[in-house]
Design a protein around this ligand. Structure first.
Ligand code: GLN
Length: 427
């Protein structure tokens, strides 16, 4: 089953009578977003046969907009990974860099757009899972401000961190998909209405960066590979040539962001995944009678190694006596990261960095080294800790290996239009 973009290759027609904004458009959907009547596996053997009885809010909105859904895409199991290799359904190749990973965890969605299997795609981003695959596959991905897009029907991994967001080949395409999915939802009390400056997010893709001030956080450039850094500065020079100006800024707290992110994400995961108990979900096992045995048998069989590792670490971090040592410290670090971003954004319109400090790994290179995988998230996870919006836009190829490099722009809360305007200047 190697090299799969779609876990389930099924077409779902939207409202074809309506001349909605996405009429005639094809959209691929990450397999942790619920689709009524079409199985939704989260890349896990635990949910191999699970068919949701309802649509996620974003899916209803796509249908109303006239879009055609072309399938459910491969992903790291429950969103836990940076390469799409932790999927129980096998890896996905990178259409922009064959033999390399497409990034993760929304690797199938980014690959679907890069390979032309769909014009648009939806992913989810808990700590970089939209931006990383966008950067690795040479497409555009947007991680919305926490609360802009409904999470109703998104299978939870780290619910205080994650948002559903769009992929497109261009900034304007991704923005047009954001227009359809954004906005308040009675079924997700963390959503809110946003007053736009213009008519729509897509309208903001004007490419006008005249007078834009860009802050470049030193800490997010320092650790990146040389080829990535060179490509990054070329992109900044391109924006300067169009009238933007940049200055360096410092975010001292981001040094602790990866640690804080993994403590919080794993803690939330250990709680969110407790529902996979073998009663409502999960494969048949031959454990009989004793509920504890049945519970552990189904989790042993249904979950892969990375998911088990995170449930164990998250449970440990939350256990009595350790709460203050890990979880509380991580929450303090989260508050510090937020404050650093707010300060930096009081003196710049947007912040810019390489999306990923590295170019795409070769297939198989990082699966046995979880720490290497976690550290690759250094530039994306701080944004989720701060609840802010960010976009990844192709910046070109690294001179070192010819592989795709993404530029990440981070903006103030609900400042998506500004990010869309600035990112479109690089196209
Ligand atoms: N790579 C990060 C993780 O494994 C981010 C995943 C995500 O955003 N879903 O947690």
């Amino acid at each position: 089953m190697a090299d799969t973009i779609f876990i389930t290759d099924e077409r779902i027609d939207g409202d074809t009578d309506a001349d909605g904004p996405l009429a005639g458009c094809t959209v691929a959907i990450k397999d942790n977003i619920s689709t009524e009547g079409v199985r939704t596996t989260c890349g896990s053997a635990m949910l191999e046969d699970y068919v949701p009885p309802y649509d996620a809010t974003v899916v209803s909105r796509l249908k109303d907009a006239g879009a055609t859904i072309v399938g459910k895409t491969n992903m790291d199991e429950f969103g836990m990974g940076t390469t799409t290799e932790t999927s129980a359904f096998g890896p996905t190749d990178n259409p922009a860099a064959p033999g390399h990973v497409p990034g993760g965890s929304s690797g199938g969605s980014a690959a679907a757009v890069a390979a032309g299997e769909a014009e648009l795609a939806l992913g989810s981003d808990t700590g970089g899972s939209i931006r990383c695959p966008a950067a690795f596959c040479g497409v555009v991905g947007i991680k919305p401000t926490y609360g802009l897009v409904s999470r109703y029907g998104l299978v939870a991994y780290g619910n205080s961190l994650e948002q559903i967001g769009p992929f497109g080949e261009t900034v304007e395409d991704a923005a047009a998909l954001l227009d359809v999915i954004a906005g308040p939802d009675d079924r997700d009390a963390t959503t809110r209405a946003v007053e736009l400056d213009g008519e729509s997010y897509a309208d903001a893709a004007t490419g006008d960066v005249d007078g834009l001030t860009i802050g470049v956080p030193t800490e997010l450039v320092e650790g990146a590979d040389e080829g990535v850094v060179d490509t990054f500065w070329d992109a900044i020079a391109e924006l300067e040539a169009q009238g933007a100006e940049y200055h360096e800024v410092s975010l001292p707290s981001v040094e602790h962001a990866v640690e804080a992110y993994y403590v919080i994400a794993m803690s939330e995961a250990s709680s969110n995944l407790a529902r996979f108990d073998g009663v409502r979900y999960g494969p048949e096992t031959d454990a009989d009678g004793n509920w504890n045995e049945a519970f552990s048998a189904v989790r042993k069989e249904g979950f892969g190694d990375e998911v088990k590792r995170r449930i164990l670490l998250g449970t440990y971090a939350l256990s009595a006596g350790y709460h203050d040592k890990y979880y509380k410290k991580a929450q303090d670090a989260r508050a510090w990261v937020k404050q650093d971003f707010d300060e930096a954004l009081s003196e710049a319109d947007v912040l810019a960095s390489p999306t990923m400090p590295v170019t795409p790994f070769e297939q198989g290179e990082s699966v046995d080294d979880p720490l290497q995988m976690y550290l690759a998230d250094a530039n994306t996870v701080p944004v989720n800790l701060a609840d802010l919006p960010a976009i990844s836009v192709p910046a070109g190829e690294s001179d070192a290996d010819g592989l795709p490099v993404g530029l990440q722009l981070v903006g103030p809360s609900f400042g998506e239009e500004r990010l869309i305007r600035a990112a479109s200047a690089l196209e």
